[in-house]
Design a protein around this ligand. Sequence first.
Ligand code: 8IG
Length: 278
Amino acid sequence: MAQAVDPILDPFGAAEASAAALAEATGVERHDLAIVLGSGWQGAADRMGALVAEVPLADLGGFPASSVEGHGSTVRSLRDGSRRVLAFTGRVHLYEGHHPRVVAHAVRTAVRAGCRTVVLTNAAGGLRAGMHVGQPVLVADHVNFTGQSPLVGGNDERLGPRFVDMTTAYSPRLRALARAADPTLEEGVYCGFLGPTYETPAEVEAARALGADLVGMSTVMETIAAVHAGAEVLAVSLVTNLAAGIGGDVLAHDDVLAAAAASADHMGALIADVVGRI
Ligand code: 8IG
């Protein structure tokens, strides 16, 4: 069991402690790539390599239990040839009441464990005309509408610099690799909301006016932490609903999970193909 270090008080120390506990629990000293699996993406982990070890996040220190149905609470170490992949089977969100530094802890742990590439997956609402449920969309950029950031507060230079350029937060290189894997993949701008409410119709209009194509409640804190740490980010959203007021249906989490489950195989194959090219 790791010496518990609080990621709010000492995000660098906590990431370092969790990475050391991970190496100890898996027997794998360094990993190369991390993937965070959102709703609907769980099946993808099995396709990305041979399972070496699976560790409860509760054993690594700094990780709270996830309270959201459809999200796991383990990390898997996978081997794909010479490459070592870390797959987080779930994540925690701001809307669960977690501090942005707690939300960012998995990504910071992965970077301390050696990962230079972070793949973030999520389920999201689609805003753009023509989007359909079950469609994967490459995140090309984001609007941080949460009013929060894991970088607020004193900056620890061991994590990254005080001010962070976000011009190429969603790596153009990795997006090109993903489009090569699936030329039908569309790209979109993800607007991160605090949640847990879905948007009001006025908020949907606001997001659209801000240039968003997707709305969701995750990913943005993790992307900021990864870019801060110098890692390359690839993010893919699975459209599991059309944003409130667009499809005419009232949104329910069960419908989101059902749409995600129906696309699990497709998303698994897609992400395994893309990750294989990185
Ligand atoms: I799945 O329509 C999923 N997550 N904010 N809006 C927001 N988050 C979401 C949505 C949505 N669908």
